[in-house]
Ligand binder design. Structure first.
Ligand SMILES: *Cc1c(COP(=O)(O)O)cnc(C)c1O
Length: 366
């Protein structure tokens, strides 16, 4: 008998991440990564929270010690910040790990997972990994159609994923529709609300989903330090959910799933309201800068509430490749069923300017 992985592993589609700067620099023969602009992974163009950088420098010499496996200080800080209890929080190695742990805790072969047409690719990959069946509900105007998602639920459904704001469309569901959806969901279903970008929204527009956790409904809210706090490289996110859900996720995780540096940085970043505010301002101004230019050139896009924009360019992959030759990395969207689109992250004023100049140039050529 020869060694082979589980048969479904060979069929697991590969995730296509934003291309790393080093990779593209090597391909283009550029000695310096600073010559390239990466607007491909919705990272924070202002960099990490300065308070987090300072805190990390202070603990660098203690990294021979294992981290706190219970992440108690981080959970306490988050609990205060969010007005929930520490027992309603579980940090993870990025919110991506929490998506996987939801699979470990709740999915087995034959179960069903409901997702929306153009949503975060990881949901389907994780469902596939656990041999659950993904049921795809259609969207309406690039927005999750919660009525269609409700209809897609069957007695076999265990998990529903709602990204709000959604990636890659940048759209939000109506808060009233969301609460109706949660109230109507059958008792065997966990409603996962992925809020990776929520801190980038105007505080007045942020939906109050943590209320459902306090009401002990069957929801799991996912958040991350990767976007507004600028700590994507550290890999730290968290789930907020009623205690029984947190207990199930905690049993499914590794003992030290969040590294010590990430715990320290996250606690410091949480206090850095200034950095989040500056990021919000940069995103708002950047969206205005980019959409005004697109309007002038009659290029269609999906109005966004967050730090990225879905732009209709014709042949998305060809434009992605042409932009790369102009030293700008964006994301092609054919893998999301949107072959006519690219997704671009809002950067600094100068980065946005470079992107717009490059886009104009490559669109003229096709
Ligand atoms: C960026 C993103 C995340 C964050 O993932 P991390 O693992 O926390 O870096 C989660 N969900 C969505 C929809 C995202 O776009």
């Amino acid at each position: 008998m020869s060694l082979s992985p589980n048969p479904w592993i060979e069929k697991l589609p590969a995730y296509e991440p934003g291309r790393p700067l080093e990779d593209v620099a090597r391909e283009l023969g550029l000695p310096n990564v600073d010559d390239i602009i990466k607007l491909a992974s919705n990272e924070n163009a202002l960099g990490p929270s300065p308070l987090a950088i300072e805190a990390m420098c202070q603990v660098a010499s203690r990294q021979h010690l294992y981290p706190d496996g219970d992440t108690l200080e981080l959970r306490r800080a988050l609990a205060t910040h969010l007005s929930v209890t520490p027992d309603q929080i579980m940090p993870g190695n990025g919110s991506n790990e929490l998506i996987e742990l939801i699979g470990h805790a709740y999915l087995k072969p034959g179960d069903e997972v409901v997702v929306s047409e153009c949503s975060f690719a990881i949901y389907r990959l994780m469902a596939f990994l656990f041999q659950a069946k993904t049921v795809v509900a259609p969207m309406q105007h690039f927005t999750h159609d919660l009525e269609a998602m409700r209809k897609a639920i069957t007695p076999a459904t265990r998990v529903v994923f709602i990204a709000n704001p959604n990636n890659p469309t940048g759209t939000c569901v109506e808060p009233g529709d969301l609460i109706r959806f949660i109230e109507d969901a059958p008792p065997q279903v966990l409603v996962v609300i992925d809020e990776a970008y929520v801190e980038l929204m105007d505080p007045a527009d942020q939906p109050d989903t943590l209320r459902y956790v306090r009401e002990a409904r069957r929801v799991c809210v996912l958040r991350t330090f990767s976007k507004a706090y600028g700590l994507a490289g550290l890999r730290v996110g968290y789930a907020v959910a009623p205690e029984p859900v947190i207990n199930a996720l905690t049993r499914s995780r590794q003992p030290f799933n969040v590294n010590a540096m990430a715990q320290t940085a996250a606690i410091a970043a949480l206090k850095d309201e200034m950095h989040v505010q500056r990021t919000r301002t940069m995103v708002r101004e950047g969206l205005t800068q980019i959409t005004a230019a697109l309007d002038r050139s009659n290029i269609a896009y999906v109005p966004s509430k967050v730090n990225f924009l879905l732009i209709e360019v014709g042949h998305g992959r060809r434009i992605f490749e042409a932009l790369q030759r102009e030293h700008v990395i964006v994301r092609p969207m054919d893998g999301y069923g949107l072959p006519r689109y690219i997704r671009v992250t809002v950067g600094t004023r100068r980065e946005n300017e470079c992107f717009l100049t490059a886009l104009e140039k490559v669109l003229e050529r096709v």
